[in-house]
Write a protein that binds this ligand. Structure first.
Ligand code: SAH
Length: 265
């Protein structure tokens, strides 16, 4: 049966792909994706036909995947990280719906940059967090700013994707300003470049100094909440187990009592 697999490749190296993602690509005759992602996986899937397109060709890639599937081929469409997080999955479903096609689409999740970056930094996402892309190519900056303000004022840990590009340097500075309205200068910030792939590098700094460090479109920035700490060089947001000072403030203790975990009962 012709079919489209939309596959999240994980953050980079082959070892970051799930076995389910590998299995799906094994079944495909065609594998379609952005040139840089196809380059990463090509050697591991000999005998496949690869189609690559450049940046900003997302709609074209989906149309090609649909065309190949409608010709009767099992087709893989690949995204970095998770295909459903700023990836190709949603667009593929939109294109299939627009074309009123009966082709089936299976979405295979992958490790997203937030998880990969968090693992490099320690465990900063142990509590509620928000993921915000600073790219205003498809989203108006006002809408992005509104979400940053909400996340900042609600004490979410915040992961920024697409933090800075050559032409877009001010957004991360504006985001930092918003966060500083609600968080201390000393709030831990982790910047991870190329998580899980060649060239991996990271720094743990704080809100005050974060702009002194390089970040680009291969980086994810994780800003801690008011409880995030650095332990032995690792960034940790305590869940509240009262081991390293992550306990909730008094006004929140009712919340804690009401939500005892199953093991307590
Ligand atoms: N679908 C992808 C995200 C695409 S948006 C996912 O789920 O991870 C592209 C942004 O993701 C980049 O600008 C960067 O902020 C982040 N990113 C992707 N791969 C990364 C990696 N290996 N290391 C650090 N950040 C990464």
């Amino acid at each position: 049966m012709p079919k489209i697999y939309v596959v999240g490749l994980g953050p980079g190296g082959l070892e970051e792909m799930t076995p389910r993602a590998v299995d799906a690509l094994m079944k495909c005759s065609y594998i379609i994706g952005y040139t840089a992602y196809i380059d990463l996986i090509m050697d591991a899937f000999p005998g496949k036909r690869f189609i690559t397109t450049g940046m900003k060709r997302e709609v074209e890639r989906c149309a090609l995947a649909l065309k190949k599937a409608e010709e009767g081929f099992i087709t893989g469409l690949v995204s970095g990280g998770d295909s459903g997080i700023y990836g190709m999955a949603g667009l593929m479903l939109e294109v299939v719906s627009r074309e009123k096609s009966g082709v089936s689409v299976e979405i295979i999740p992958g490790i997203t940059a937030a998880s990969a970056a968090a693992a490099v930094l320690g465990a900063p996402l142990m509590h509620d967090f928000a993921v915000i892309s600073l790219s205003d190519c498809l989203t108006p900056w006002d809408a992005i700013l509104k979400r940053i303000r909400s996340a900042a004022s609600s004490d979410f840990v915040v992961c920024f994707y697409n933090p800075r590009s050559r032409s877009r340097t001010m957004h991360i500075a504006a985001a930092r300003e918003e966060l500083l309205k609600h968080r201390a200068n000393s709030t831990p910030v982790g910047i991870v470049r190329n998580a899980g792939r060649e060239g991996e590098a990271f720094v743990i700094t704080d809100l005050e100094r974060m702009l002194d460090f390089d970040m680009d479109m291969f980086s994810t920035v994780v800003v801690g909440n008011s409880r995030t700490i650095v332990l032995n060089g690792r960034m940790v947001t305590p869940r509240g187990y009262e081991i390293c000072g992550g306990e909730w403030a008094d006004e929140d203790s009712g919340d804690r009592r009401d939500h005892r975990c199953a093991a307590d009962h």
